[in-house]
Write a protein that binds this ligand. Sequence first.
Ligand SMILES: [Zn+2]
Length: 147
Amino acid sequence: MKNKKLKLNFELVPDSCWYSNLRSILPEGQWNALRKKAYARAEGKCMICGAMPHRLEAHEQWEYDEKNAVQRLKNIIAVCPACHAVIHIGRTQLKGDIRAAEEHFMKVNGCSYSEYRAALGEANAAHIRRNKVPEWKLDISKLIELI
Ligand SMILES: [Zn+2]
């Protein structure tokens, strides 16, 4: 399981980075343009599970370089609401349908409930580790390619 590549995985944002997202830091018009580009690339399909939902949602993918305390933008993708609920499982636990998110995770990844629990444990461990970084530097140089 450790090495199994999950198509759909959790992306827990460190607590101190909650407001360092593109939606908050870019002018609204620019964020909307980026979102629309992602939707156009997706051609109506969720870029993770391939479903064709009513509406797509834009998701910012970040990577966290813990050694250098850098939060780096990787991509902006278009996803279906079901995948988005899994990605932001913390928020879903608070105010979403957690059972539906579990089911969707297992279906998309073709895995068992215990594998779901293991992946969640790993994500939580990374989250705790990353929360110990007092301040993340933001690297959005990738934007140049996305605009
Ligand atoms: Zn999806």
